[in-house]
Design a protein around this ligand. Structure first.
Ligand code: CO8
Length: 258
């Protein structure tokens, strides 16, 4: 891998996008390496993924503008589809994915964070969808995920104005879960990942699937999705052990992922 660094801290996977000469901008190779990295994660061992950008300045400063500048319409379709394929793989990845946004998250960088389950921001984080100022719309899911996450009103404001917002503004509009000093961001992201990893993996994965699949369905279908996933948990040893421990008034043993 040229642009992705992968590390595992016990059952937490850490993915760092490292293309600092272009503020970690997403070119085709970075997208492909991201796809390969997620596909190679051992989901039987890993329980949560943290993704961030290398260097102190950017999470991801967008799709690579130089690479896009002379694209034909046909190439734009292929590029958008590539981005959708990779970001959908992240959104639908069975394990929770936390974006640790440590600087610029613009355009495709903001869209990458939107494909993650949770977003933590450093105080220097800057979010925005600057595409309208570049003569395009977002093409990696931003027009769809941004309004679903922060609501239509604020999403349209950001999309039409191309304004950037800082970490505190992102917190206020519900784009991020929390803001930390930059030098604490990764530690806090790993801490959150470890907290998630203490819970029953089957239940956490079912909750992710229920939220994602349910949001794409009407309420009746969504509740049917929840019922199916909820019921499936009762086939797990972890459910039986955890509920027995509660009834017997003793601490829950570590979960087995079974
Ligand atoms: N693409 C390519 N190169 C970039 C990008 C980018 N998005 N962002 C920064 N770089 C490069 C710069 O060109 C520069 O390279 P060099 O040193 O060779 O000149 C280097 O990174 C450092 O950047 P700056 O000198 O500009 O650093 P500053 O601190 O002055 O500014 C900014 C930082 C504000 C982040 C500035 O770099 C900037 O505005 N970057 C572009 C941000 C942007 O507009 N992003 C959105 C791009 S569009 C997009 O993401 C669409 C996604 C959907 C595509 C779907 C296609 C079908």
């Amino acid at each position: 891998m040229q642009y992705i660094k992968y590390e595992r801290q016990e059952n937490i996977a850490i993915i760092i996008i490292d293309r600092q000469e272009a503020l970690n901008a997403l070119n085709i190779q970075v997208l492909e390496e991201l796809r390969e990295t997620f596909a190679a994660i051992d989901t039987a061992v890993v329980r949560c993924v943290v993704i961030s950008g290398a260097g102190g300045k950017a999470f991801v400063a967008g799709a690579d503008i130089a690479e896009m500048s002379n694209m034909s319409q046909e190439e734009a379709v292929a590029y958008a589809r590539k981005g959708h394929e990779v970001f959908c793989a992240i959104e639908n990845f069975p394990l929770p994915v936390i974006a640790a946004v440590n600087g610029y998250a613009l355009g495709g960088g903001c869209e990458l964070s939107l494909a993650c389950d949770l977003r933590l921001a450093a105080e220097n984080a800057v979010f925005g969808q600057p595409e309208a100022g570049l003569g395009i719309t977002p093409g990696f899911g931003g027009t769809q995920r941004l309004p679903r996450i922060i609501g239509v009103t604020k999403a349209k404001e950001l999309l039409y104005t191309a304004n950037r917002i800082n970490a505190q503004e992102a917190l206020v509009c519900g784009l991020v879960n929390a803001v930390y000093p930059q030098d604490e961001l990764m530690e806090q992201a790993v801490k959150l990942a470890k907290k998630i990893a203490t819970n029953a993996p089957i239940a956490v994965q079912a909750a992710k699937k229920a939220v994602n699949d349910g949001l794409a369905a009407d309420m009746d279908a969504a509740l049917a999705i929840e019922t199916k996933l909820f019921a499936a948990c009762f086939a797990s040893l972890d459910q039986k052990n955890a509920m027995r421990a509660f009834v017997e008034k003793r601490p829950v043993d570590p979960f087995l992922n079974k």
